[in-house]
Design a protein around this ligand. Structure first.
Ligand code: MG
Length: 209
């Protein structure tokens, strides 16, 4: 297969809540409520130092629910990026969907709009990109966008995610206990391109017999 030249390779799309920071049913409305999950800062650093580009892809409907302003959200993201930077990692950008489900947008995950927007801005080769998330929406979004790989982490409501994935006949390529383990798995692959990929045995329960 011929790959177009000058496309950004080895991009890792990260969901935010339940992956980088602890999720909350009441939304994360300010920096005081933002708590990094154990190992997530180290994970982003590990990805950065090994040449992977981290971009956040996140649903933040609290904005359109008028629970928080867009400015509040951007302030959280600035502080998050600075904290990651002070630990030696880099978040290249944050793409968020402010809409509610009833807004009928095309960017709220599991729709692929945010990833496709990031792809246009950074000229990303999705065939060498990976999405890491804690919900079924993240895995479905990765599949719809055409990412090479999708990783499920067990730091959110992972039982719910597992049930929805089974219902939808969707299968992550790898299941990691947390973002740090996911980052070690990704760095350990020789390439994110699917032809080199060997499924992990822990994803086998998802596979359709
Ligand atoms: Mg999440």
């Amino acid at each position: 297969m011929n790959y177009p030249k000058n496309l950004l390779q080895s991009v890792v799309f990260l969901d935010r809540d339940g992956v980088i920071n602890r999720d909350s049913p009441d939304y994360i409305k300010n920096w005081d409520e933002f708590e990094f999950l154990p190992g997530s800062l180290e994970a982003i650093r590990h990805l950065t130092l090994n040449g992977f580009v981290s971009i956040i892809i996140t649903n933040q409907s609290a904005v359109n629910r008028r629970i928080m302003s867009k400015q509040d959200l951007e302030t959280i993201h600035e502080k998050m990026k600075n904290a990651v930077k002070s630990c030696g990692g880099e978040i290249r950008d944050v793409f968020f969907c402010p809409h509610m489900p009833e807004d009928q947008c095309n960017c709220r995950k599991p729709k692929p709009g945010l990833i496709l927007r990031a792809q246009k801005v950074y000229r990303i080769d999705l065939r060498s990109a990976c999405m890491i998330g804690d919900s079924a929406k993240d895995i479905e979004c990765a599949r719809k966008a055409g990412c090479a790989l999708a990783v499920l982490v067990q730091t959110g409501d992972w039982v719910k995610a597992e049930n929805i994935l089974k219902e939808k006949n969707l299968c992550p390529d790898y299941v990691a206990t947390d973002l740090y383990e996911a980052s070690k798995w990704i760095v350990g692959l020789r390439s994110l391109k699917r032809p080199n990929f060997v499924p992990d045995e822990r994803t086998m329960p998802y596979r359709i017999k």
